[in-house]
Design a protein around this ligand. Structure first.
Ligand code: ZN
Length: 687
C-alpha cells in the first residue's frame, strides 16, 4: 500500500506514538509534546479536541486503513427514514432500558459490593456488560448532542461502577465472594465472560470518553488491562494462558490502543486471536467459541454466530493495525463463506437455535431462523471494518442489507420491545418459547440475557458515523438519508456535504458539495449492488461509469454549490435463493431498494378466512406496484403483487398421489407486502 506521509501526518503519528504516556499512566513529558504539536500551525488537532475527532472506530493512524472514519458529531441525520428511529432511541429506548437495568438489579450488583445495596447478585455471568453496552449507547448519543440529564445519570452510574474496582485492577460483580476462587481459571475463561465484560466496558468507556472527554471509566478499563490482565496472562513463562471465551476483548483492545497509543494492547489482541495452546480445548469448544486456535487457521464460519462475528471484527481491527496478510486472506475466505452460503436475505446470520450458531452451507431455515439481533449487528460491524480496510463496496452492500432489515427488525417501532431472534416466517399458533424468550413473544422489553436491546441502541446511536469516510484523495459516501456532514479532507480543507432524499423509499439522492476552498478531490459515491440502472449527474451533466456494487469516483475541482444527483433503480425485485437452500425452494423474496419485504397476514384481503400464508402463490409474471402509506407502521412503502389463494386437496390430505393432479381451487388475490423490519408491530399474525 503506497503511502505519502506529509509533515502534518508525520506529526500526527508522532503524537499518537507518544499518547500512551498522555492517556495511560500519566508522564508529564508526553503532555509537553502534545501541547507543542497543538501550538504548531501545521500540527495535528489539539489534545483537547483529539477525543472529539474519532469516529465509530478510530483508524486515523491505522496504516492499513484505506478509509478513515468521520466523527459521529460531524454528521447530522435530518428528518427522514432514520431520524424517527434515532429520536425514538433517545426518547424511549435508552431511558426505558435504563429503567429495566435498574429494575433487574444490574446496578445493584455494583452497589452491593460497595455496601449500598442488600440485593443479591442478579443475572447471568455477563450481566455487567448490560451496563457497559448501555453506557456505550449513551456515549454515542452524547457524541451527537449534549443531553445533560442523561449525562448526569450516566456519570453517576460510572462512578458506582469504578468504585467496585479492586486494588489489583480486577472488576467484575459476579466472580466475588464464594466465586472469587474461580476467577480466570481456564474453565471460567471459557464460559465466564470476564474478558467479554471488560471488552464491553472498554468500548463503552471509549465511546463515553469520545463524547465527553471524561476518562473515569476509561482509566478503570486501563487499570484492569495494565494492572490485572497483562502482568498475569500472556505468553510469558510466568504468565498463565488466556482465551477470550466469547470474542469481544480483541476489538476492544485494538480500540484501546487507538485511544491511548499503547501498542501492547494490539499485541495482546493478536496473542488472543492466535490462541494459547496451553489451554486445553475440546473440538466442540473451538467450533462454538470461535477462538482458542489461530484465527488464520479458520476456513468457515461456524459455532456461535455472535462469537464468530465479534472475532472477525477483532481480526479485522488487528489487520488494520498490522497488515498481516494471513489475516486478510482468512477474513476474505470467511466473508465468501458468509455471502455464498450463510447470509439471510435480511442480512441476519446464525441459522440454528441450538448453540445460536451458524449452520451448514445453505442451511437457512425461515421460521426456525435464529438470526440474533446481536449477530446481524456483528455482521454490520465486521463489514464496516472490511470496508474501512479496502474501500470495496461489496462490504457496504452487506452492511446496508443488515442495517435496513435484520438489525432494524430487532427494535419495535415504539422503541420499547426488542427481538432476540429474527425469524423470516412466523405462525402465531406455533410454540415460540426459547431459552431466552420463555413465553415466546418474539418482541420483549427485557431479556435476562439482554445483550440485544442495548446493542441495537448503540447501533442506532452511532449511525451517523457510518455514512461517510475520507481517504487520501477524497470522500466516500456509503449510506443515503437526509443528512449533513461538516468535516475535513485529509489536506485539511473543510468540506460540507448535504444530502436531500426520500431514500430508501425513493431512489433519488441530491448531494450538495461545498468545500471551504475550491479544490480537486474525488467524491466516491456508492452505487448499491441491488441497483441495476443508475444515473449520476454533476451539476446536471451525466457522468458515465456507474456500476452496481461499486463506488463511482468523481474526480474534479469541486467548488461551492456543486451538486451531485444520483438516481437508483427502485424497481421491485423478486429474488430466488440458490436451489441448495431447500427451505426456499418454491419461494421468492421481495426487495425494493435496500428494503426486504414480507407478507403479514393482517394485510391480506382474506385475513379473516385463511389460516396461513402457505396457501398464497405469487404470479411471477405479475407487476409489483408500490405506494406509501403514511399512517401504517409509522409510514411505510407497501408493495402489491398479483397472486392467488389456493385451496386444494392438499388442505385435507397429508399425502397424495404424485401422479394425480390436485383438484385445486384458485382465487385471484392482490398480495400486500410491508417492510420486513416492521413485522410484529401489531396484533400477532402469520408472517
Ligand atoms: Zn444478543
Amino acid at each position: 500500500m503506497k503511502k505519502t506521509v506529509s509533515r502534518r501526518k508525520f506529526l500526527a503519528s508522532a503524537a499518537v506514538s507518544m499518547l500512551p504516556s498522555a492517556l495511560g499512566h500519566a508522564q508529564p513529558a508526553a503532555g509537553k509534546v502534545l501541547s507543542l504539536l497543538a501550538g504548531d500551525t501545521a500540527g495535528a488537532a489539539s489534545p483537547q479536541a483529539s477525543w472529539k475527532d474519532a469516529g465509530v472506530i478510530d483508524v486515523s493512524h491505522s496504516p492499513y486503513a484505506k478509509l478513515h472514519t468521520v466523527p459521529i458529531r460531524a454528521v447530522t441525520i435530518q428528518e427522514g427514514f432514520w431520524s424517527k428511529r434515532r429520536k425514538t432511541n433517545l426518547s424511549s429506548s435508552i431511558p426505558s432500558m435504563h429503567d429495566e437495568l435498574i429494575a433487574h438489579g444490574r446496578m445493584d450488583n455494583f452497589l452491593r459490593l460497595e455496601g449500598k445495596s442488600t440485593e443479591p447478585q442478579k443475572g447471568p455471568v455477563y450481566s455487567d456488560s448490560d451496563i457497559y453496552k448501555w453506557t456505550e449507547a449513551v456515549g454515542f448519543a452524547l457524541q451527537t448532542a449534549d443531553q445533560p440529564a442523561l449525562r448526569k445519570t450516566t456519570d453517576a452510574m460510572i462512578r458506582e461502577v469504578v468504585a467496585t474496582q479492586e486494588p489489583s485492577g480486577y472488576l467484575n460483580t459476579y466472580y466475588v465472594d464464594d466465586r472469587k476462587s474461580l476467577r480466570m481459571l481456564y474453565p471460567t475463561q471459557e464460559t465466564g465472560h470476564e474478558l467479554y465484560n471488560i471488552g464491553h466496558m472498554l468500548q463503552g468507556a471509549v465511546a463515553y470518553y469520545r463524547a465527553t472527554g471524561d476518562r473515569t471509566l476509561l482509566d478503570a478499563g486501563i487499570r484492569f488491562v495494565d494492572d490485572f490482565l497483562m502482568p498475569n496472562y500472556g505468553p510469558g513463562a510466568n504468565q498463565k494462558g488466556i482465551v477470550a471465551g466469547h470474542p469481544e476483548i480483541e476489538m476492544a483492545l485494538v480500540e484501546l490502543y487507538r485511544t491511548t497509543g499503547n501498542r501492547k494492547y494490539v499485541e495482546l489482541a493478536g496473542y488472543i486471536l492466535h490462541g494459547d495452546s496451553r489451554i486445553p480445548l475440546r473440538p466442540q469448544q473451538i467450533t462454538y467459541m470461535f477462538c482458542g486456535i489461530p484465527f488464520t487457521s479458520r476456513t468457515r464460519l461456524e459455532g456461535h454466530a455472535v462469537r464468530a462475528m465479534y472475532a472477525c471484527c477483532g481480526a479485522t481491527d488487528y489487520y488494520l493495525e498490522t497488515g498481516d496478510p494471513a489475516y486478510w486472506k482468512t477474513l476474505n475466505t470467511l466473508w465468501e463463506d458468509l455471502t455464498l452460503h450463510q447470509l439471510y436475505v435480511t442480512g441476519g446470520v446464525g441459522a440454528r437455535q441450538a448453540g445460536e450458531a451458524f449452520g451448514d452451507a445453505y442451511e437457512l431455515p425461515n421460521a426456525r431462523a435464529y438470526g440474533e439481533s446481536c449477530a446481524a449487528i456483528g455482521n454490520m460491524m465486521w463489514n464496516w471494518r472490511m470496508l474501512t480496510a479496502s474501500g470495496e463496496a461489496r462490504f457496504a452492500d452487506v452492511m446496508e442489507r443488515a442495517l435496513y432489515n435484520g438489525i432494524n427488525s430487532g427494535m419495535s417501532l415504539d422503541g420499547t420491545t426488542y427481538c432476540y431472534r429474527n425469524p423470516l416466517a412466523f405462525d402465531p399458533s406455533g410454540d415460540w418459547s426459547d431459552r431466552h424468550d420463555p413465553e415466546g413473544h418474539i418482541r420483549n422489553p427485557w431479556y435476562d440475557t439482554t445483550c440485544c436491546p442495548p446493542n441495537l441502541e448503540r447501533t442506532f446511536a452511532s449511525l451517523p458515523g457510518y455514512f461517510y469516510s475520507t481517504s487520501e484523495d477524497g470522500v466516500y459516501v456509503h449510506l443515503y438519508d437526509n443528512s449533513a456532514m461538516s468535516w475535513q479532507l485529509h489536506d485539511g480543507n473543510e468540506l460540507k456535504l448535504v444530502q436531500t432524499t426520500n431514500y430508501p423509499w425513493e431512489g433519488d439522492v441530491k448531494i450538495a458539495v461545498t468545500p471551504a476552498t475550491p479544490s480537486e478531490f474525488v467524491m466516491y459515491v456508492r452505487i448499491p449492488g441491488w441497483s441495476a440502472k443508475n444515473v449520476v449527474k454533476v451539476n446536471g451533466q451525466a457522468i458515465g461509469g456507474a456500476r452496481p456494487g461499486s463506488y463511482l469516483p468523481i474526480q474534479r475541482k469541486w467548488s461551492q454549490n456543486d451538486v451531485i444527483d444520483l438516481s437508483f433503480d427502485m424497481t421491485p425485485q423478486m429474488l430466488k435463493a440458490n436451489p441448495a437452500v431447500t427451505e426456499d425452494r418454491g419461494r421468492i423474496a421481495f426487495q425494493r431498494g435496500p428494503v426486504v419485504f414480507c407478507m403479514e397476514h393482517l394485510d391480506q384481503v382474506d385475513a379473516e378466512q385463511a389460516k396461513g400464508l402457505a396457501h398464497y402463490s405469487v404470479k411471477l409474471d405479475g407487476q409489483t406496484t408500490h405506494h406509501y402509506e403514511p399512517n401504517l407502521l409509522d409510514g411505510v412503502m407497501v408493495l402489491e403483487h398479483p397472486g392467488t389463494i389456493t385451496r386444494s386437496s392438499a388442505d385435507t390430505q397429508l399425502y397424495y398421489s404424485a401422479a394425480e393432479p390436485l383438484t385445486a381451487k384458485e382465487t385471484p388475490a392482490t398480495l400486500r407486502l410491508i417492510p420486513y423490519y416492521a413485522w410484529a408491530n401489531r396484533t400477532p399474525a402469520a408472517m
